[in-house]
Structure formats: structure tokens, C-alpha cells
Design a protein around this ligand. Structure first.
Ligand code: NAP
Length: 315
């Protein structure tokens, strides 16, 4: 099978011909129809997680897939060969399986039937970004009437997070460059703050002098990039970039910390159902053939991600 791989530690992503893998116990082999790209793929390609988890090479890139069940491993009896499904490669060691390939192994506990009304490209765009959005929204435990700031709202995770918060009736303050402002309002943002126009925290404090109740942080890898000063005393912060950490928050009389998404079936299935019913918008802004997957990763790394980039294996 053709796959986008890291051949060895420190090497650049490249295409390789690999044997079609055999699913082990609790695993499902998919014939991949579509695979979404995520910043995590670039982090793995850069070797940023090598100290955290064992990496086995060649390592196939990609975590999200929609496709057709080709084979199931021992103990998997809830999906059958030929089923159209979505699945996800969880953030668990060892890192080796991936979805930017003609076939992919995914844990059965992430596999859900693809609703008939959802095409493969749209379905593939859901698991990690949608799962992370679900997790950060749940993590802040939002209460009726609260104001929530979403920093990095214009990206893959943010577009889902804004919608999930809006569905709860919260006031959603979203950060975005001007080109994305209108779309974020359509997705449910009450206010949009232009992060290219100066300090986000200062802009938010102008409109909300007492500060927002919670911050969902989806952008920025240094403390200076995170608009913590926008959050009121005793507010809650949840971050997917792992900045700031819980100690930094506690020192500022804030609670919360980093989350690692674990989009298993219970998380993915409701997102897929919502998307199929049109209750959750899925912004896929670029669809690429397999050969151009590296261009998609480069585009994601460069910023300006206006939703999801998806590799379509049928192109
Ligand atoms: N912990 C987890 O489990 C988990 C899960 C998923 C994602 N993540 C992480 O969460 C982050 C977001 O993921 P994603 O998939 O949404 O990424 P993405 O699609 O690349 O989106 C990132 C967004 O941040 C915006 N942005 C860039 N600089 C900004 C700034 N200074 N202020 C506000 N917004 C800014 C970008 O806007 P422009 O395009 O206009 O620059 C882009 O829309 C990434 O760091 C990713 O690795 C973690």
C-alpha cells in the first residue's frame, strides 16, 4: 500500500510502499477513503513527541480516517467487513499506525458507523478536531449565562468549539483574522476579536471589563501568546497547546490546564450524527489527492488554516 511515512527518526515525510497491515486484537483495518490532517501530524513529523512515546518506523502519518472496513481483529464484533465507518488513531504508544495511506489500522473503540448522509471527506474531518473541541468545552464546565473566549477559534478545533459553546447558549468571544470573522459569526460566535490587531486580552477587557468566565486556548505555545489577562479572577482555562500549565494558572488564581483529546466512539458518534443532521458544520477548506498530502501538511504548518484539510484517496 502507498503511505505517507517518516522512514526513520529525524527524516522528512516521504511516500513508501508498505505491506497492508494485519489488524490485531481490538483493531480494525480500514480501506481509507479520506484522511484529515492535523497539527499533530506536523508535531510528530518534527520529532517533537519522540521523548514522550515510543516511535516505530516506518511511521505512517495521519490520525483521522473515514473508509470501509477491510478486516477486523480478534474480539471485534461490532463492525463487519464492508461497513463504512470513521475511526481515529489514538494518542497512545507506540506511534506507528497512521491514516494517510491506502489502508490504516485503527482501534475498534474509536470506530463508528458513518452516517449515510455524511460523505467520507466530511466524516474524516471530525474525530480529532471535533473530539478536542468536545473535550475542551466539557472541561470548562460552562454555566448558563457565561462568557467564553476561544483563542484560535478560526482553526480546525476552534470552529467546532464555537459551535458547541453556542449550542449551550453561551456568549462566545472568538479570535480570528478579519477574513474569518464572518464565518465565525455564522458558526455561533457572539463577538469576534481580531488577533492581528493587537493584544487580544486588551480588546476583550475593553468589551468585558470584569473579564471572561473561561478561556479555551487553541493557539500559542508561549505564555505571552495566551490571552490569560482576559480571564476574570477564579476563571477557568483549558488549553490544547499545553500552555499555560496548571501551576501557572493556580499562581494567577485560575483553574484548569491542558487536555489531550481521546476521541473514542462515545465522543465521535454524536459528532457524526450532529454533522449528518446539519447541526454541526464541518468546514473543509481544502481537499487534496494523496500525492499532495505533504503540501497540506506544509500549509497547515504555515498557518492560515481555515478549517480542515482532508486527503481524498479517491482523487
Ligand atoms: N491536546 C490535544 O489533544 C489536541 C487536539 C487537537 C489539537 N491540538 C492542538 O490545538 C491547536 C489547534 O489545533 P487546530 O487543529 O485547530 O489547528 P489549526 O487548524 O492549525 O488552527 C489554528 C488556528 O489558530 C489561529 N491562530 C494563529 N495564531 C494565532 C494567534 N496569535 N491568536 C489567535 N489565533 C491564532 C490560526 O489562524 P490563522 O490561520 O488566521 O493564522 C488558525 O486558525 C494546535 O496547537 C494543535 O496541535 C491539541
Amino acid at each position: 500500500m502507498r503511505a505517507l511515512v517518516l522512514p526513520a527518526s529525524g527524516e522528512q515525510p516521504t511516500f513508501a510502499e508498505l505491506p497492508v497491515p494485519t489488524p490485531g486484537a481490538g483493531e480494525v483495518l480500514l480501506r481509507v477513503r479520506a484522511a484529515a490532517l492535523n497539527p499533530l501530524d506536523n508535531h510528530i513529523a518534527a520529532g517533537a513527541l519522540e521523548q514522550m512515546f515510543e516511535h516505530r518506523y516506518p511511521l505512517v502519518l495521519g490520525r483521522d480516517a473515514s473508509g470501509v472496513v477491510e478486516a477486523v481483529g480478534e474480539g471485534v464484533d461490532d463492525v463487519a467487513v464492508g461497513d463504512e465507518v470513521l475511526g481515529h488513531v489514538l494518542f497512545e504508544p507506540p506511534f506507528q499506525a497512521g491514516t494517510v495511506a491506502e489502508y490504516a489500522i485503527v482501534p475498534a473503540r474509536t470506530v463508528v458507523p458513518k452516517p449515510a448522509d455524511l460523505d467520507h471527506v466530511t466524516a474524516a474531518a471530525l474525530p480529532l478536531a471535533g473530539g478536542a473541541a468536545r473535550m475542551v468545552v466539557d472541561a470548562i464546565n460552562p454555566q448558563p449565562g457565561q462568557v467564553v473566549l476561544v483563542n484560535g477559534a478560526s482553526g480546525g478545533v476552534g470552529r467546532y468549539a464555537v459551535q458547541l459553546l453556542s449550542q449551550l447558549g453561551l456568549t462566545v468571544v472568538a479570535t480570528a483574522a478579519p477574513a474569518d470573522a464572518e464565518r465565525l459569526r455564522e458558526l455561533g460566535a457572539t463577538e469576534v476579536v481580531d488577533f492581528t490587531a493587537g493584544s487580544v486580552a486588551e480588546q476583550v477587557r475593553t468589551a468585558h471589563p470584569d473579564g471572561v468566565d473561561a478561556l479555551i486556548n487553541l493557539a500559542g505555545y508561549t505564555l505571552a501568546e495566551v490571552p490569560l489577562d482576559a480571564v476574570r479572577s477564579a476563571g477557568v482555562v483549558c488549553t490544547t497547546t499545553q500552555v499555560p500549565d496548571a501551576d501557572t494558572l493556580a499562581a494567577r488564581q485560575l483553574s484548569g490546564g491542558g487536555v489531550i483529546a481521546s476521541p473514542t466512539r462515545d465522543v465521535i458518534a454524536p459528532l457524526a450524527e450532529q454533522a449528518a443532521k446539519g447541526e454541526l458544520q464541518v468546514d473543509v477548506y481544502r481537499v487534496l489527492p494523496l500525492d499532495q498530502a505533504p503540501d497540506g501538511l506544509a500549509e497547515l504548518a504555515a498557518g492560515r488554516a481555515r478549517g480542515k484539510i482532508v486527503v481524498d484517496l479517491s482523487l
